[in-house]
Design a protein around this ligand. Sequence first.
Ligand code: ZN
Length: 183
Amino acid sequence: MKRKRRSMKVTCPSCKRRIKIRKKERNTKCNYCDHEFQYSKCFGKIDERYLVDTNIVIYAANNDHFLGEHCKQVFNNGAGALVTTDAVMNELSLRQRDHMHFTKIYSVKGISPEVAELHYDTQEDLSLADKSLIQCAIDHPEIAGIITYDKDISNVVPARLIKSEKKFFIGNAEQFLKKINRL
Ligand SMILES: [Zn+2]
């Protein structure tokens, strides 16, 4: 029986030391010299997941006059790839929760200091749900993007925070549907 690899030892090409890379972590930097490994080279391709923000669920569940159709299409076409966080679920009513199916609901245990200090240009703090989405993306390498109508999220998340080989996606329902060629 083939065992699933959770971590692997590799020789750092830069400093030649043996280091361990964990499958569950996005960070693939050498502890000694900061050399960055390509995650996909170590573990192969992973099934990409997209985090769904509260506003997408609400527009879909409420049949929003302008945005409801695109948001419902996200759930119709993105099945299997859609995930969210417990903090987003807490912002939803029971009826809204029942409405949508998520492949996984991540329990975000703690917010790291670099995420905690993020704020909008107006100095206004991000909501707990927003912070949980960003933290979840940082912690889990399978997260390929965030689907949201919150324009500010893309402005406040510095690229260095989420390490990703491909460009990390932050966009609304319409942009997501275009990305997966359903629009
Ligand atoms: Zn090294």
